[in-house]
Ligand binder design. Structure first.
Ligand SMILES: NC(=O)c1ccc[n+]([C@@H]2O[C@H](COP(=O)([O-])OP(=O)(O)OC[C@H]3O[C@@H](n4cnc5c(N)ncnc54)[C@H](O)[C@@H]3O)[C@@H](O)[C@H]2O)c1
Ligand SMILES: [Zn+2]
Length: 383
């Protein structure tokens, strides 16, 4: 396969289940060739939704047909409503009906919703058929398409039903991001910033410097960002595929973020927006616990505010917030395990007791005023 100068590859090292994340602007048109190079052939089921299909369905099908594949498009509804057992079952019905075989391919063309439900169906059909991710949102390119978490929602909770199932290829065509609604783009940037805070202070500084370009969706910077996020996620996943330790750090901003999403009934905020507020407030909590300096809070808040994403906590009683935090999957035996920053680029998983969080919350979750450059946390006389 001829290498293009602007094509980049990140490897996810998982032994026999290793795969490449290819970052290739315009790469949807070359997807047939990429799949051929992996030895794939025959039938391909392209799962997508009407919005994404309208933009990219035709060029993807053309690329696959030109490489000798037989395509079958499987449409699910737009939005989170497609992440159900029922839509998984619909995808499976189509695969059975059209006699998909063990070597047939299932492909997800869309955002995290399409990726999650498609990957789950691919893990189930004939106990697993090859699965290709073609993420078309920023969230999906930097996060959900990498790492093998697939699944759907239960009426009583999000992502409760699922499987770890790795794709054989992830193709991030960064040109598809040009049609993404502005709100989705900005929400994705919150997840991007998360990678800087959890592991890479240089990357965080790069984001501070280049945020203007990213807000304008400048290709060169977008490619750099997608690549760096994929490298970090790939590294974390290779070390801890099933989230028994290190992988938990990817949940930074998500303990409070998930709680806010659920308290807003998944209508008030889209995921990345809630994560942005979650990052600011988990940093504030870390500062309250004297784990980090005030500047760790300020730098995140400023960067998030520059994008126009919300940073303020909506009004909720503590008992409601805590109850929502307890519903998170990362809770074990009533203790909330929260990722808290020690500095930009370094976090730790901390068990949180209700009374500690309650005390912080009761003080008012206002942002501390800006202190001198990187002032250490201020020890309060009352402690
Ligand atoms: N599996 C994981 O590890 C993981 C990680 C993070 C998030 N997720 C899941 O991902 C989902 C959120 O994903 P998302 O933020 O991508 O949302 P999404 O899939 O709902 O996509 C957002 C919107 O953008 C539209 N869209 C997608 N690509 C487009 C494009 N190129 N141009 C125009 N419109 C486009 C979609 O139709 C949709 O309306 C949630 O269900 C979340 O639980 C999973
Ligand atoms: Zn997330």
């Amino acid at each position: 396969m001829g290498q293009r100068h602007d094509q980049q590859t990140v490897k996810v090292g998982l032994g026999k289940r290793s795969y490449d994340i290819v970052i290739d602007p315009g790469g949807v048109q070359r997807l047939g060739t990429y799949c051929q190079a992996l030895g794939l052939s025959g039938k391909v089921g392209i799962v997508t939704n009407p919005t994404v299909d309208r933009y990219y369905g035709a060029s993807l099908r053309k690329a696959m047909v030109n490489a000798g594949f037989t395509c079958r498009t499987i449409r699910v509804p737009d939005g989170e409503q497609a992440k159900t057992v029922r839509w998984t079952s619909y995808i499976l019905d189509q695969l059975v009906k059209h006699r998909f075989e063990r070597r047939s391919v299932l492909m997800a063309l869309g955002g995290g919703v399409v990726g999650d439900v498609t990957g789950f169906a691919a893990s189930l059909y004939l106990r697993g058929i090859p699965f290709v991710q073609v993420p078309t949102t920023l969230v999906a390119q930097v996060d959900s398409s990498v790492g093998g978490k697939t699944g759907v929602n239960h009426p009583l909770g999000k992502n409760l039903i699922g499987a770890f199932y790795q794709p054989v290829l992830v193709l991030c065509d960064t040109e598809t991001l040009h049609t993404l609604p502005r709100r989705e783009w900005l929400a994705g940037l919150a997840e991007v910033m998360k990678y800087g805070v959890i592991i890479d202070k240089k990357f965080f500084a790069f984001l501070e410097e280049r945020m203007g370009h990213l807000l304008d969706v400048k290709d060169e910077d977008v490619i750099k960002v997608v690549k760096r996020c994929c490298e970090i996620k790939a590294w974390v996943v290779a070390k801890d595929e099933q989230e028994s330790g290190l992988r938990r750090i990817l949940n930074y901003g998500h303990t409070i973020g998930h709680a806010l999403e659920s308290l807003g009934r998944y209508k008030r905020y889209i995921h990345g927006e809630a994560v942005g507020i979650g990052m600011v407030h988990e940093a504030l909590l870390a500062h309250h616990l004297q784990l980090c300096s005030a500047s760790v809070v300020h730098r995140q808040r400023e960067l998030i505010q520059r994008t126009g994403l919300p940073v303020h906590m909506p009004v909720h009683s503590f008992s409601k917030l805590w109850a929502a935090m307890l519903h998170d999957k990362k809770v074990s035996q009533g203790i909330v395990h929260c990722v808290l920053p020690k500095s930009i680029g370094n976090v730790q998983v901390t068990p949180l007791e209700q009374r500690v969080v309650k005390r912080w919350y009761a003080r008012g979750v206002n942002l501390p005023t800006r202190g001198p450059a990187d002032a250490p946390f201020t020890r309060r006389s009352s402690r």
